[in-house]
Design a protein around this ligand. Structure first.
Ligand SMILES: *Cc1c(COP(=O)(O)O)cnc(C)c1O
Length: 461
């Protein structure tokens, strides 16, 4: 019983210097609830034979530690050294400074979101980006929704509800996070009509599937895989002609959808949105936060009457964008008017275009410094060649030559142990395990200091 009496009361704790200091930082309510939890834990330990006086001395520290652990935000920045530039699980594209400034202004001030500043009447929120999208893609009209999955869902529902959507068996994709084309179609109320085979689909396959119930033809960019070998698909212009003949729209889901030719950045040439529009697709859908390098969004561009029909779909309201992302997207799209400076301004493009030599020089500079921080923990660091990838299903089979730090230690589980330690840092460092080592691909490391200062916080071995 003596032991219990040594523990502080809530009032006594709140009056104490440590108690007051903690309440100042975390607020009185958090301190009281955390203290209650720690006191009950300590009583349990005393009942099990623990020393109450010693526990009473520890209580300040335990409460402080629990409060500190609970105060770390879950959504905190990490260092993405995974080698995947557009890592879906790490938030995909980083925004340009111009986009961040626009988003901050939209958060802090009223803005003319749906307000026509010319006549004081009501405006359309999508008009802020629709004009830019028309200019940058050559499409007649455009609208924007929550993400590309929503764009596809909305277009399918608008033209395919209670009707059929014709799609090649080679394009029935599943994208990470359970976006599966057949399931999306079902939820859109569209009947899926598969044509062709996995590797070969011909114009006659589409022709044979057309009928009175056909609502639309769908072409899907096989973003995250590639079918190679004995293959055939129907080029978009030919598919557009088939759709026109049947009097139904052709929807081309581009997925990543770049606004410019990426070969200028040393990447494989992918069809741009402008090309997809010019090839005759009536509607083209693509993401805002993949190769475009903006905020999460889905764009639908295409023929005016069709875009207007989508705009009138009652689901539209449920999928619309908030002002913060709209502001960021408007600013991002504006940058595309000056392609010469895009690689400096849009972080996604800058990171993808970063020359191997630049990364290799950084690796050579960092290797001894990182080893100095990790050697006491039993690890050695070497410079090694590696391959980065674009990520988010964009250019799935292409890799970009990069350089990284290969970290090894004693024991088969050394890479996993180190990976776990690095994830536990205040700024978690995310690498990848390869060939018995932890690999830190430096492509996405903007400055040496951010890695060094983070690693310096590793607890002593
Ligand atoms: C990524 C992708 C989607 C989904 O886009 P989100 O913006 O992630 O919703 C849809 N279709 C294709 C072909 C894609 O690559």
């Amino acid at each position: 019983m003596e032991g219990f009496r040594a523990l502080p009361s809530i009032d006594r704790f709140l009056q104490s210097d440590p108690g007051r200091a903690l309440a100042e930082v975390h607020g009185r309510a958090r301190v009281v609830s955390t203290l209650r939890t720690e006191l009950s834990r300590a009583r349990g330990e005393i009942r099990a034979g623990g020393d109450g006086v010693a526990l009473a001395r520890e209580i300040d520290g335990r409460v402080a530690a629990a409060l500190a652990a609970g105060a770390v935000p879950g959504l905190r920045p990490v260092l993405n050294l995974s080698g995947t530039v557009l890592h879906t699980n790490l938030g995909r594209a980083l925004l340009a400074d111009e986009a961040i400034a626009a988003a901050c202004a939209a958060m802090a001030h009223p803005l003319a979101l749906e307000f026509d500043l010319d006549d004081g009447g009501r405006g359309r929120r999508d008009d802020h980006v629709a004009g830019l999208l028309r200019e940058l893609t050559g499409a007649e009209d455009a609208l924007v929704v929550n993400n590309n999955a929503a764009a596809v869902l909305l277009a399918l529902n608008t033209f395919g509800q209670g009707r059929e959507a014709v799609v090649s068996r080679g394009e029935l994709i599943e994208i990470g996070g359970a976006f599966r084309m057949p399931e999306i179609m079902e939820r859109a109320g569209t009947r899926l009509v598969e044509v062709g085979t996995t590797n070969r689909t011909h114009a006659r396959d589409y022709q044979a599937a057309l009928g009175p119930d056909t609502g639309l033809l769908l072409k899907v960019h096989t973003s995250n895989y590639r079918i190679e070998g004995f293959t055939a698909d129907v080029p978009a212009p030919e598919l557009a002609a088939i759709a026109r003949g049947a009097g139904v729209p052709l929807l081309n889901d581009l997925g990543s959808g770049s606004l410019l030719d990426l070969s200028a950045f040393g990447l494989r040439r992918e069809p741009t949105v402008r090309e997809a529009v010019a090839e005759g697709a009536d509607l083209v859908t693509f993401s805002g936060d993949k190769l475009l390098g903006g905020a999460q969004a889905g764009f639908i561009v295409g023929r005016r009457a069709l875009v207007e029909a989508i705009d009138r779909n009652p689901l539209r309201r449920a999928l619309r964008l908030d002002k913060i992302r709209l502001a960021a997207l408007e600013a991002t799209l504006r940058l595309y008017r000056d392609p010469d400076r895009l690689a400096q301004r849009v972080p996604t493009l800058r990171l993808l275009a970063r020359p191997r030599d630049d990364i290799a020089a950084q690796a050579a500079r960092l290797a001894p410094q990182v080893e100095a921080l990790l050697s006491a923990h039993g690890y050695t660091v070497a410079v090694c060649d590696c391959d980065s990838q674009v990520g988010s299903g964009a250019l799935p089979v292409d890799t970009i030559a990069s350089t990284g730090l290969r970290i090894t230690g004693a024991g088969g589980d050394a890479p996993d142990r180190l990976a776990a330690c690095l994830r536990a840092l205040p700024v978690p460092v995310i690498g990848r395990i390869r060939d018995g080592a932890l690999l830190l691909d430096l492509r996405c490391l903007d400055d040496d200091e951010s890695l060094l200062s983070t690693l310096a916080e590793l607890p002593a071995p």
